[in-house]
Every structure is written in C-alpha cells, then in structure tokens.
Ligand binder design. Sequence first.
Ligand code: OGA
Ligand code: MN
Length: 260
Amino acid sequence: MALTAVGRQVLLRQKFSFLRSTLLSVDRRVVNTCQFDLYSSDSPCSSAIHIINEEKWPVTLRQAFERDCHVVLDFITDAEEATLCDEVAPRLKRLRYEQAHWDDAIHLYRETERSQWSPTATSIINRIKTRSFGSDAQHLSHVHVLDLHKDGLIKPHIDSSRYCGDVVSGVSLLSDSVMRLRHKDDEETLIVDLLLRRRSLYILSGVARYDFKHEILADAVSKFKEEWIPRDRRISIICRDLPKSVNASPTDKPLDFKNL
Ligand code: OGA
Ligand code: MN
C-alpha cells in the first residue's frame, strides 16, 4: 500500500531530511515502550507490545524492533481526547463511511486531513510530534484523521515510502484496538501485537515502519494475549514525516481531497 488517499496527498507537498527520534526525554508516564521497561519488568518488552513466537526471532531483529516500536499509554487525557474529537467531528460527520479504500486496505472508514487546529489541539499535536520525531524532522503540515467504523478494519500494509517518511505515529481516540505487525518476509512467524488503548500513542519507525506490515484487527478477532479487546468506532490522529525526496516522483499529482 498503501497509504490512504489523504496520506498520499499530504506527502506530496514538502521535502525534507530526516533524523529519527532519539526519544531521550522520558516522560514518566511512558512505561509502555520496550526500552523503558528494562527498569520495571522481567520481560524485555512492554505490556502493550506482545512479540509472538519470540523464540524464533533473530536476536538482532528483536532488538531492532524493540528500539523502533513504541506504545505510550495515556499519552493524552480524557479532556484532550474530547478536544480532538470535537474538532474533527463536524467534518467527519459530513462524510460517508466508505466500503473500501482505493487499494482495498481499509474497510468502512472515512478520513480527512487537517492543518489548522485550535491552540489547545495544536499543543497536543506538537506533543505527538515532539515525542515521535527527531528535532529536525520535516513534518507534514497536514495531520491525517482516520475514522474507522465499529465494523471496519485495516488490512496488512506498509505505508508507501513514496508518500511517507521514516516515522508513522498515531494517537487512538474513542476505542481500544489491536494493531498487528507481520514481518513482510515471514508473515506467519514474525508477528507482534500492539495493544492500542484509547488515548495511547504508537510510534513506528525503522524496521517496525519499513519491514513489518501493520493492520488494525476487526472487532471479531480483536484479541491481545488471548484477551478480547472490543473494538468500537475508532478515530486515529496520525502524524507522518515527509518521504525522502528521492522517492517522490515528479509526475505524482495531488489527489482530490477535502480539508476540514
Ligand atoms: C494508515 C494506517 C493506522 C491507524 O492510515 O495507513 O495504517 O492507527 N492507520 O489508524
Ligand atoms: Mn498505515
């Protein structure tokens, strides 16, 4: 894939050089990233990141994955979630849920993008960016807003490097969900489940972004470590950086989309 139409549009606009986040500013609420769990548990990974068939993973791959994939619980407050929802709701309400995405990766969704936010929302978005990207990353000015219906799902895909840079990070609103990652060369063995609690932030970079397909499980199969995680309507606020300019084709045309 596989980026949504909005993502494609967004990513055609700017050029940049990228530095991956060093993630050195440790927020004490950040307990759900692999590296910080070194302090707290006997598991090398966090309680929101479940590596399946771990014994079959090459050690170097596991280490790289743990470096490149993060889930931050309670990244935003209830009030901040309400602020973001209120801000995107009017626009989303005017759109119909679509049955299938243009490349068939997403079912029952509606989406838009937004570059102008209220001051409160702007500070939330800036916090997502600060936490997810290096200080000299060139951010997309537009943030992708994806509204997944209760019965919707996102099938396995890798965001196209033509339209998306080295980091994909998203905050989940309204519903918990499970994001499954499968290694592109061994989809049946090298699997990771992320428990994306409502109001959490996930960050995919490096191998997690480029070597693993990601998907959001449908409600009927939404399980994390055998526990069913009910999936309701879920809105994700997704920040991306710009693709390497060498990946962008001069023939790419902006897509038709509607701003919030
Ligand atoms: C996408 C995607 C994940 C999410 O839009 O490409 O994978 O959190 N979204 O909604
Ligand atoms: Mn994606």
